[in-house]
Design a protein around this ligand. Structure first.
Ligand code: ADP
Ligand code: MG
Length: 247
């Protein structure tokens, strides 16, 4: 679903991403893990066509990133860090509007929105504004927004940052269900090591714009004789995830 080679991005003299190779297979839940400032969002924005790579190549959902960005956009969903739905709009209206922008007829848009709200345990929130929702509900509305056009590949940028532990665990269940029930491939970023461990089939660890290692959580822990991914990260980078934070 994702094959990237040598992706780089520089902003002036900041080398945000310094040669990232990635392979994500259909149906995987892959966690892109690293401290703040590691280059996660920049990589995601390149893979979703929002940012042109300085160099490197990638195919995403079967389409070439640079030659066919429209093809990529049709086939992927993207939920930005910090969310996408404005605080004052009614959730049902906003989702329906977006669905119609994807070319659905009104009746089809209504059905799609109702089905997604049902799927994400959001029945009855149509009339509410995002302001009047819990953090977990907001994140699920953002995810509904990213799924309107039935993408086979969903990118989630820090979907659980700022949520309480219970809401985070609930969101993990939803992510797993999307993969199990709809076969959606999921590529998500997180700076929570225990989240990557609990949720992801495979993790790719990035630090200072470079991939440090990748594998299943069990493989990585075994390879480093570590009990947790925190210890793996420390062994590989010489610093902890929090203290390594640049931003
Ligand atoms: N538009 C930009 N202009 C300049 N520097 C940027 C820009 N976007 C990101 N950066 C820098 O690139 C690095 C990686 O940022 P980012 O990809 O947002 O990291 P992460 O999502 O892992 O926290 C950071 O040093 C950040 O300050
Ligand atoms: Mg980020």
């Amino acid at each position: 679903m994702i094959h990237a080679r040598g992706l780089t991005k520089t902003f002036g003299d900041v080398e945000a991403v310094r040669g990232v190779d990635l392979d994500v297979a259909q149906g995987e839940i892959v966690g892109f893990l690293g401290p703040n400032g590691a280059g996660k969002t920049t990589t995601l924005r390149m893979l979703t066509t929002l940012l042109r790579p300085t160099s490197g190549t990638a195919t995403v959902a079967g389409c070439d990133l640079v030659a066919d960005p429209v093809g990529v956009r049709r086939r992927i969903g993207y939920v930005a860090q910090g969310g996408m739905v404005g605080p004052y709009t009614q959730v049902g209206d906003e989702l329906e509007l977006q669905a119609r922008l994807y070319g659905m007829r009104r009746s089809e848009a209504r059905e799609r929105v109702a089905a997604l709200l049902e799927k994400l345990d959001l029945r009855g929130v149509e009339q509410r504004t995002v302001m009047a929702m819990s953090g977990g509900q907001k994140r699920r509305v953002d995810i509904a927004m990213g799924l309107l056009h039935r993408p086979g590949l969903l990118f989630l940028d820090e979907p659980t940052t700022g949520l309480d532990p219970q809401s985070r665990a609930n969101l993990w269940d939803h992510v797993r269900r999307l993969r199990e029930q709809d076969g959606v491939t999921i590529f998500l970023t997180t700076h929570y090591l225990e989240e990557a461990d609990a949720l992801c089939d495979r993790v790719v660890i990035i630090d200072h714009g470079r991939i440090v290692t990748s594998g299943t959580p069990a493989e990585l822990k075994a390879a480093h004789g570590a009990a947790t991914l925190d210890e793996v990260f420390l062994a590989l980078t010489g610093h902890g995830l929090r203290e390594g934070a640049a931003a």
